[in-house]
Ligand binder design. Structure first.
Ligand code: MN
Length: 172
């Protein structure tokens, strides 16, 4: 994983955003997540999931929803350093992503599959344990690949458990 794209877009003499280091780490099946409310030119919500020592990132175009029928368009953005999960504050005018960043939600997540493999396949299913986002969520790629690819982010419908169809007893 490389933070080259992240670093190229920013002037760390001007912005207070973390420079970060790229750490090589196994992908794993979970870690931390954060959603940052970003009042840039256009308000969006940056969803970031830990994967191989960096934060995989998506700009979600509207506030994430707990309603499974409200699917959110999420555009993949450049990997961010792990330190970014704690970043909030002001990105100065004229800088990339200028505007206010607030932590909208933060917590941990688990995935049944390796996160990097799930990303490559374009289907990530995670259980989020945040303050706002809790339960099973899905990220599914609908167009493109890598940075700027389009995904949908939504809460999974709960499984119906214990539903049994009664067996009809034969008469006689
Ligand atoms: Mn952003």
């Amino acid at each position: 994983m490389s933070l080259n794209r992240y670093e190229r877009k920013r002037d760390f003499k001007v912005t207070a955003e973390p420079k970060g280091r790229s750490a090589r780490r196994a992908s794993g099946k979970g870690g931390i997540f954060v959603v940052q409310e970003h009042h840039a030119r256009r308000l969006h919500f940056d969803l970031r999931l830990e994967c191989e020592g960096v934060l995989k990132s998506w700009a979600v175009t509207r506030e994430p929803s707990l309603n499974p029928s409200e699917r959110r368009l999420a555009i993949q953005t450049e990997d961010h350093p792990m330190e970014y999960a704690r970043f909030k504050g002001e990105i100065p005018k004229g800088e990339y992503g200028a505007g206010t960043v607030k932590i909208w939600d933060r917590g941990t997540f688990k995935s049944e599959k390796e996160v990097s493999e799930a990303m490559d396949r374009g289907l990530i299913e995670v259980t989020l344990r945040g303050r706002k986002l809790r339960g099973r969520f899905v990220l599914v790629r609908i167009q493109g690949e890598g940075e700027k690819s389009s995904w949908l982010f939504f809460k999974r419908r709960p499984k119906i458990v214990g539903l049994r169809i009664p067996t009809v007893k034969k008469a006689g």
